[in-house]
Design a protein around this ligand. Structure first.
Ligand SMILES: [Zn+2]
Length: 215
């Protein structure tokens, strides 16, 4: 498949200086459109949404939601995994449960992390991280192996990984408390990188909170 290079704004011969120039042009353009935006952001942030997504370059949270700087608090890692002992994501989640309104866990089609977890090839350090997704694969092995099309199988594991992320959030007592006390919402979505469209992933979570809700 040929790629239309003119679609992309960072040229093949682009440099670090190109990036700085692009940044200046972007800031000037946005300031002209919304003169109060940067002065407001300079005084602080008040996002309402936490986005937990993959590091993949095709999954930029603020762009996908058509929002502006200051509107989305973002945590990204390879294949949007939420291990229960990951200090980085737990710190982000703590901020979210205290302040934000909506948490979104976003997986995506054609995810390299998910595809690696579907293969049994040794990848070194990455295998420690991918174990989280391999655990999801193991838990749904029969269903996944019954899917013959590798693309469909990958998409299904990406969905199941989103469900695992939502479940992980719902097992967090601080999240449970925020859901009950101030209506925090937790949603799972899947991005089709081939269309740019999100669709909701119904997680069918059986976690109602009684076991994980602490006083
Ligand atoms: Zn990915």
């Amino acid at each position: 498949m040929s790629t239309d290079a003119s679609l992309f704004r960072f040229p093949q011969d682009g440099t670090f200086q190109t990036l700085l120039e692009r940044n200046r042009t972007w800031a000037q353009r946005l300031s002209a459109l919304r003169p109060t935006l940067f002065p407001t952001l300079g005084a602080g942030q008040s996002p309402q949404v936490l986005w937990i997504g993959c590091s993949d370059s095709r999954v930029p949270a603020t762009s996908i939601l058509d929002l502006l700087p200051g509107e989305v608090f973002v945590h990204r890692n390879i294949a949007n995994v939420l291990p229960p002992n990951d200090l980085s994501s737990l710190s982000v989640i703590q901020y979210a449960v205290e302040v934000l309104k909506i948490i979104i866990v976003c997986g995506h089609t054609a995810c390299g992390g998910v595809n690696a977890a579907l293969a049994n090839q040794q990848l070194g350090l990455l295998d420690t991280w991918l174990k989280n997704i391999r655990d999801v694969r193991q838990a749904h092995l029969e269903e996944l192996e019954a899917i013959e099309d590798p693309v469909a199988r990958s998409t299904r594991l990406a969905e199941l990984n989103v469900c695992a992320g939502v479940d992980s959030l719902l097992k967090n007592s601080n999240v449970q408390h925020a859901i009950t006390e101030r209506g925090l919402e937790v949603h799972g979505v899947l991005l089709d990188v081939g269309s740019g469209l999100l669709r909701e992933v119904k997680t069918d979570s059986k976690i109602q909170g009684s076991v994980y809700k602490l006083k």
